[in-house]
Design a binder for this molecule. Structure first.
Ligand SMILES: NC(=O)c1ccc[n+]([C@@H]2O[C@H](COP(=O)([O-])OP(=O)(O)OC[C@H]3O[C@@H](n4cnc5c(N)ncnc54)[C@H](O)[C@@H]3O)[C@@H](O)[C@H]2O)c1
Length: 382
């Protein structure tokens, strides 16, 4: 079958630039689609670094100004892999140029900005998606299927944590390459927008919308040297964020994120408790889904650890990989997301989460930060 080339223009060559490029390289070898990503151009401000990245990964060309990239006639998709404060401007300009847009999370700095992005892509009628990649880890996708099949019955609780420990040192600077996450002007928020955004996206995908929240944040290190100004400046981000809330289905939300949990690197976990079944997942053991099924015979009832590596269609995505029992990794979640995006293009249905889907996460993020500020319960705006 001859495939239609989909020319990718990637902006940013950091962590996500590599993760996405790897996915573009892998996807057509493992998944069927009428479309095939082509590494057309990578954009970075530093020409030498852009050239070296292009050479290492196989991009055909480079740009040093993203405006030139989004205006190029030979680019079909703009992939935004830069700090959060640049997402909106690039996405809106790319939409005006009629490009499809794949944007990293969080969609925007806040929901007002996110709404402008949604309006831009919807006005331009361009395919769009946000890289909430955890949806595409087979064990998490399996959880979604079990919930949608009604196996859990009425859902009572959803709890999620995302714990790290890399900012405990008080002499760590803020801002600039590598440390933009600590700079409010570049990141928009701290662990809420960076880590809880993932937990919220997974939660609303699995358990539906959230209605109200009550939140507490803390900034443990109040001042840090700013890499760009050379001055000691106030830290504006949340170092830790804990919130409770209520989902529209009546279940209770319990979320925590921090970069001060010594010993934890990327401990994203969630548990969901229903009337008939509970499910649990842990990023450190990403191919396992913990399942407690109350409908099991009582003498053998207990938590089971399902190794989600069977290649039957019941284990999402897995029949495309190796043989049953062999696991795949974090990187595969991005490959799956590209595969679903390509299938969406084949069938005319855009894969989720679209910009509009991701706006919902942004609205919850706004509500939790508002609650932390006002020390009040806040309703999630629609
Ligand atoms: N989906 C996920 O799991 C996940 C994980 C990490 C990061 N992210 C998101 O991805 C985005 C990028 O994060 P990262 O970890 O890759 O950051 P990074 O610091 O590793 O890379 C950022 C890149 O952006 C480039 N850049 C900055 N300003 C630029 C400009 N004006 N023009 C062109 N390039 C520019 C930098 O040179 C760098 O290559 C963020 O929005 C982040 O929240 C998502």
């Amino acid at each position: 079958m001859s495939k239609k080339n989909l020319n990718i223009g990637m902006i940013g060559y950091g962590f996500m630039g590599r993760a996405h490029t790897n996915a573009y390289c892998q996807v057509s070898h493992f998944f069927d689609s009428q479309h095939k990503p082509v590494l057309k151009a990578v954009c970075a401000r530093d020409e030498a670094k852009a050239k070296s990245f292009a050479e290492q990964w196989g991009y055909e060309s480079i740009e040093t100004d993203w405006r030139k990239l989004v205006a190029r006639k030979d680019i079909d998709v703009i992939d935004i892999c830069v700090p959060n404060n640049l997402h909106a401007e690039i996405a809106i300009e790319a939409a005006k140029n009629g490009k499809m847009i794949l944007c990293e999370k969080p969609l925007a700095m806040d929901s007002a900005q996110g709404l402008k992005m949604v309006e831009a892509v919807e006005k331009a009628k361009v395919a769009n998606m946000v890289w909430y990649n955890y949806r595409r880890i087979p064990a998490v996708t399996l959880a979604k299927r079990l919930i949608d099949e009604g196996k859990l019955g009425k859902i009572f609780h959803y709890r999620a944590k995302f714990l790290q420990d890399w900012t405990i040192k008080s002499d760590l600077p803020q801002g600039g390459q590598g440390l933009w996450r600590l700079d409010l002007a570049a990141a928009g928020a701290g662990v809420s927008g960076d880590l809880l955004a993932h937990c919220i996206d997974t939660a609303i995908w699995l358990n539906g919308p959230m209605s109200t929240v009550s939140c507490m944040t803390e900034t443990f290190v109040k001042e840090r040297m700013h890499t760009l100004t050379g001055k000691v400046e106030k830290v504006g981000i949340d170092d830790a964020c804990i919130f409770f809330g209520k989902f529209a289905n009546g279940s209770l939300a319990n979320f925590e994120s921090t970069r001060y949990a010594r010993g934890h690197k990327a401990a994203y976990t969630f548990e969901i408790n229903g009337e008939n079944m509970s499910l649990g997942w842990d990023l450190h053991d990403l191919h396992r889904l913990q399942v407690f099924d109350y409908t099991d015979e009582s003498k053998i009832r207990g938590w089971k650890s399902v190794h989600v590596t069977d290649n039957s269609p019941e284990h999402p995505y897995m029949e495309k990989w190796w043989v049953p029992g062999l696991s795949i990794g974090y990187d595969a979640s991005f490959t799956h997301q590209v595969a679903d995006f390509l299938t969406g293009l084949d069938t005319g249905k855009t894969a989720s989460p679209t910009f509009r889907d991701a706006l919902e996460t942004q609205q919850i993020l706004d509500a939790i930060l508002e609650s932390a500020k006002t020390k009040q319960w806040v309703s999630v705006a629609k």
